[in-house]
Design a protein around this ligand. Structure first.
Ligand code: ADP
Length: 165
């Protein structure tokens, strides 16, 4: 069975992430979407558990997708879950350098691990979790950015954070 892991911060999950999830789940037998918590980027808007729940909500209809959350190194997580493939999305050349470096580090830590890159659909090339949070802060329409099932939650969270609640 071909099991792959799609790691990221997903703060929150966007339509760009969901597109990669759908495409990867059609390629592999099982896809684990892993909210990967790393110390340098730990000051997210949503807690890792909230991000995990949001991804679960938008992937309910994908039977071979599992959602998890981890605080360990991605390579160790992959090894423990007996997965030999990491999936990453590429938006622009600017993503490439950091992603290649991470792929090499991960392969150093776990030599059986390969990283597979899926290019973004052009309509999502501009999209990141940072863009979503910025748009939500300004009250912009979010339906082109995040799955409709989570729009209200994203809006409420951004409003609460802005109000210091
Ligand atoms: P970001 O905070 O930049 O959205 P994440 O860590 O949440 O990044 O992203 C997880 C993975 O999804 C990374 O491999 C990233 O390159 C990819 N990704 C993020 N946004 C998109 C998008 N719009 N299209 C394709 N891949 C994406």
């Amino acid at each position: 069975m071909k099991r792959a892991i799609y790691p990221g911060s997903f703060d929150p999950v966007t339509l760009g992430h969901l597109d990669i999830i759908k495409r990867a789940s059609a390629i592999f037998d099982e896809l684990i979407v892993c909210v990967s918590v790393n110390s340098a980027k730990d000051n997210g808007l949503f807690t890792p558990e909230e991000r995990t729940e949001l991804i679960r909500k938008v992937t309910e209809d994908l039977p071979n997708v599992r959602v998890d959350c981890s605080r360990e190194l991605v390579a160790e997580y992959a090894k423990r879950n007996r997965a030999r493939v990491l999936v990453k999305g590429l938006r622009a050349v600017s993503d490439y350098e950091a992603e290649i470096q991470m792929a090499m580090v991960n392969a150093k830590l776990y030599p059986k691990l390969d990283t597979v890159f899926l290019y973004t659909r052009p309509k999502y090339a501009f999209l990141s979790s940072t863009v979503v949070k910025e748009m939500a802060r300004y009250g912009a329409e979010l339906s082109d950015f995040v799955p409709r099932q989570i729009i209200e939650q994203v809006r409420a969270k951004v409003a609460a954070a802005a109000g210091g609640i």
